[in-house]
Design a protein around this ligand. Structure first.
Ligand SMILES: C[S@@+](CC[C@H](N)C(=O)[O-])C[C@H]1O[C@@H](n2cnc3c(N)ncnc32)[C@H](O)[C@@H]1O
Length: 289
């Protein structure tokens, strides 16, 4: 059966099919979100200045849009790397429930402050290392503790030590300019000795999370690629390849989010091409078997 849906201003949203098992979107809306690139602008809001202390926060409205593509109202989302709560706020904005796990209590406190200032209900959070917390959840789980979606944003490899230039460019023949630590360094509590170590730790937590996901549902991972020590690190494809090896998970899409807020850089000007990283990848997996 098809039902016509209307938005708050009375305009037609298109037709929703009662056979839709994935989300509450109409056919027209579903088609819109099949785009593999998201160019929609998400202005800095919802206590952005407060959340910005984190440095790796994601726009809650972007998270809400993703949650609406992969869940129905009232369903439950897990974020094992919650930071200051982009996923959790996105879940609240879209009428879903969520649980976030975060190793650094400071970020959970900021999430709590944001909720109080915005008059939002605080969703469930657990302070701790996901590699332990998720094992406990798995041990004690009962049927209604499974999740309908996982939406997460993994900590970056090597960002604790990655350095960036001061924003000025080096001309041909000039000595390298002074560098400073990446702002992203502030949010990483865990140290990853090598890229392999980073991959192993992240994949372990993704694997544990996937065991808490209901069959046929989706797991989404935000991951930025990196330019480091003179070469491009396609972390998204490296991570996707590893996650695809997890039993039951099938890689379905790589959505590119064009982050219009990112500044352009002239690193390498006149002597070497270095890209300005203004996109993030959103890897989409489905639990099938
Ligand atoms: C990229 S940030 C997530 C940002 C988040 N999307 C937001 O909007 O704020 C990754 C977060 O994972 C946390 N983290 C790193 N390792 C963790 C672990 N083993 N268990 C739980 N949290 C962890 C970091 O402290 C960091 O806040």
């Amino acid at each position: 059966m098809k039902i016509e849906y209307f938005d708050d201003s009375g305009s037609s949203r298109g037709y929703y099919s009662t056979a839709n098992r994935v989300n509450d979107l109409t056919g027209k809306e579903w088609l819109f979100w099949t785009r593999s690139v998201i160019t929609k602008v998400y202005p800095p809001n919802i206590q952005h200045r407060l959340r910005q202390q984190h440095g790796g926060q994601k726009p809650p409205e972007l998270c809400a849009d993703l949650i609406k593509i992969f869940t129905k109202k009232g369903e439950r989302v897990l974020d094992p790397f919650m930071g200051v709560g982009g996923t959790l706020i996105g879940a609240s904005l879209s009428g879903r429930r969520a649980l976030g796990v975060e190793i650094n209590k400071r970020w959970i406190e900021i999430y709590g402050q944001v909720c109080r200032l915005e008059g939002m209900d605080e969703l469930d959070t657990i302070a701790g290392n996901s590699s332990e917390v998720l094992k406990d959840l798995l041990k004690n789980k009962i049927d209604n503790e499974f999740f309908d979606m996982i939406l997460t944003d993994v900590p970056y490899w090597n960002m604790d030590r990655a350095e960036r230039s001061k924003g000025k460019f080096k001309k041909a023949g000039e000595k390298a300019r002074e560098v400073k630590k990446s702002k992203l360094s502030v949010f990483n509590s865990e140290i990853y000795s090598t890229k392999e170590d980073w991959l192993l730790k992240i994949v372990k937590i993704i694997e544990l999370s996937s065991k808490l996901l209901k069959p046929d549902r989706y797991l989404l991972i935000f991951i930025g690629d990196m330019y480091y020590k003179n070469s491009y690190h396609c972390l998204s494809s490296e991570l996707a390849e590893r996650v695809s090896r997890i039993d039951g998970l099938v890689w379905k899409a790589n959505i590119i989010w064009y982050d219009v807020s990112k500044k352009l850089h002239l690193y390498g000007y006149q002597y070497s091409y270095i890209p300005s990283m203004i996109h993030q990848n959103i890897l989409v997996f489905r639990k099938e078997k």
